[in-house]
Design a protein around this ligand. Sequence first.
Ligand SMILES: [Zn+2]
Length: 428
Amino acid sequence: MIIDRNFKKEKTMSKTIEKYSFGIGDRFARQGKAQLEALLQAKKLGVNLVPVWNKSYREHTITGTQPDTVRTEADAAVKALGWKDSYYVDADHVNLKNVDLFLESSDFYTLDVADFSGKPADEAGFKAFVKAHQKFIGKLSIPGIDEPLEITEATIEASARKYLLAIQEAGKIYRHVEEKKGKDNFITEVSIDETDLPQIPVEMLFILSAVAREGIPAQTIAPKFTGRFNKGVDYVGDVMQFEKEFNEDLCVIAFAVKEFGLPANLKLSIHSGSDKFSIYGPIGKALKKHNAGLHLKTAGTTWLEELIGLACAEGPGLAISKEVYRKAFGRFDELCGPYASVIDIDKTKLINPDEVDKWDGKKFAETLRHVQSNPAYNRHFRQLLHVGYKVAAEIGERYYQAVEDNEKVIARNVFENLFDRHIRRVFV
Ligand SMILES: [Zn+2]
C-alpha cells in the first residue's frame, strides 16, 4: 500500500520520462509520422519507447526555423497515428542565451554546458566542493564495478576544475527554466558531450554530485564517451573500452542516484546516437544486465533518408539530391565548420559532383545509405551530406515540394532506417 501511494504521488507531482526514450530529430519537420511508425512497430514487438522530438538551437539557426514548428510536427504525428503514450519536445543543446525561445514549445531541456568545461569555478565554490567529498578519498567500491575506484584529493580537484563551473552553469539554466515553466513540468538533461576529452566513470561520479548540489533534478545525462561519435556514421574507437566504460557509467549512475538523492530514473543519453552500429550490441547487453534505461538521440540520420528517398524516386527527386551534393561539395568549409568536432571527412575520398551527376538513383542511394557491407557505401559522402542540410533549407519550397511529392518512398526509407538499423539492434 505504501509503495502504491508513493508511486502515485510521484506520478502526479512530476513529469517523469520513461525507461527507454528515442530522440527523433527531423531537420525539416516532415518525417514525424514515418519516425513515429518505427516506434509503433517496436511497441508491437513489446519494446516500449517514447519519442522525444529534438531539434537544436544550432539546427534551427541553420534552417531558419522556429522552435514551435517542432511542437506542431510532434502533435500532428501523434494525432495522425493515434499514439497514446507520452511524447516530448526537446529544446536540444540550449544555454542561457537562447533557452527563452523554447519555453513555450518544449517540455524537455537539454542544457548544454560543454563550453564551460575546463574553465575554473570561483575559489570558494571550488574549495567547498573538494571539502564536501573528502569522505570518498581512498578506495571506493561501487556495486558492479570490479575494481574499487582510487580516489585522492587530486582526483576530486581535477574533476572540480574540469566540470564544476559547467554544472554551476547548468544550475543557472535549470533554475531559469524552472522559474518560467514551473518545477516538475519538464524533463531536464545535462549535456557535456561536445567537449574534447571523454569523461571517465570517476569524473561522472563527481559530475553527478555537482548536479545534485545544484539541485538539478536531471533525468538524463549526456557525457562524452570514449571514441568518436561522428555524425551519421559508425562509432570509431575501441569497442571493448567503450563497453567497459559504458557499463561502469551505469553502475556509477545507480550509485549516485542513491548517494546524492538524484531522480531514481536518471539515465544515460547518447548524443549523435544514430548509426553507431558497432556499439549497439554492447549497449543493448549492458542495459539488460543493469536493468538500466536509455535515451538515444538521433537527428540527421532521418534527413539523409529524405535524400535517399528522393534519389530512389529518380527524375526530379534524384536531380535535387544531386543538386544538394554539388552545392555542399562547393561549400565544404562553411558547412563543416559548425560540426568540426563531430565529423571526420577525408576530402580525397569525396566524389566529384560531375561524376555523381552521371549516377542513377540506385547508385546515389547505395553510396549514401548506411549499409557498410555494400561496396558502394561511402562514409565521407555521407558525412558531407549530413552537414549539408543548409543547402536544402536554402532550396526551400522546391525541396519541400519534392519531399511531399515523394512522401511514400521517403517514408519507407525513414522507417526502415530507424526500425531495422537502429531500434532492432539496440532494444529488441
Ligand atoms: Zn549533442
